[in-house]
Ligand binder design. Structure first.
Ligand SMILES: Nc1ncnc2c1ncn2[C@@H]1O[C@H](COP(=O)(O)OP(=O)(O)OP(=O)(O)O)[C@@H](O)[C@H]1O
Length: 238
């Protein structure tokens, strides 16, 4: 459990509307403890991705979000986003190669200062090692994103997020949706081991999946979105 009496990460009365003013969801509460993997489920279009983006301060919202009792703004939003990191289902089509992307990402001061690994080479090595354990050859880091498959792109993007070792809360948006079953199991196992290890910064995960099997394998808490609100269940529906 978190040693901070204010809790690791708390969300109170979170609401979000579209630019036109229609409600996507409202009144969502969530309090994360160390070691939690909260599964987020619900029908397509109910607001799961938007919820994760709000948690990482990438989307406008109303309500209260605190990490260790402090608001995103009190950290400074760029630093906060490295600590509460959103990993999209697929990165938007990027120019260049994964190596170029990593070099650019590391040029942002908030990233560079808040990872335990000291140099770009070390971070690339860490991410490449993780990706390699998921079946990604090193040569793929030098290939344009546009020439990688959906599953390769997804594993490399995820390995970069995990390899940075700066996030305390990882927000995973269908992280294995493009993977075959075996690759999916490898990725799940690695992420769960990373969470359990005391050797890195990761403390909790919020994980969107449409797969009840995956939800059962990785989750210890279950948050269901429907009709503009969310409710937490103690177990998966039978
Ligand atoms: N910028 C935006 N402007 C208008 N509507 C938006 C915007 N972003 C999201 N929406 C709408 O908000 C709703 C929730 O979208 P969101 O992507 O969060 O759903 P989701 O539950 O993640 O869906 P899926 O399971 O299909 O990925 C959808 O109806 C979507 O069209």
């Amino acid at each position: 459990m978190s040693s901070n009496p204010q809790g690791l990460f708390t969300v109170r009365d979170l609401s979000c509307t579209t630019e036109e003013g229609s409600r996507i969801f409202s009144g969502v509460d969530l309090s994360l403890n160390e070691g939690d993997i909260v599964i987020v489920q619900g029908p397509s279009g109910c607001g799961k991705t938007t919820f994760l983006k709000c948690l990482s301060h990438l989307n406008v919202y109303s309500g209260h979000i605190q990490l260790h009792g402090k608001t995103p703004k009190s950290y400074g939003v760029p630093l906060y986003r490295t600590k509460v990191a959103y990993v999209p289902q697929r990165p938007p089509l990027l120019p260049g190669t994964p190596r170029d992307f990593l070099t650019t990402a590391l040029s942002f001061k908030s990233r560079r200062d808040h990872t335990k690994l000291s140099s770009s080479a070390e971070i690339l090595e860490s991410a490449a090692k993780i990706a390699n354990s998921w079946g990604i050859d090193s040569e793929l880091w030098e290939r344009d994103w546009s020439n990688l498959s959906g599953g390769e792109t997804q594993r490399i993007a995820l390995a970069i997020s995990v390899g940075f070792d700066g996030a305390e809360v990882l927000l995973l948006d269908e992280p294995t949706s493009a993977l075959d079953h075996e690759s999916c199991l490898l990725v799940e196992r690695h992420i769960m081991n990373t969470l359990r290890s005391s050797d890195n910064s990761l403390k909790a995960i919020v994980w969107i999946t449409h797969s009840p099997e995956q939800a059962g394998r990785v989750g210890n808490r279950f948050l269901y979105f429907s009709n503009g609100s969310a409710r937490e269940e103690t177990s998966l529906p039978v």
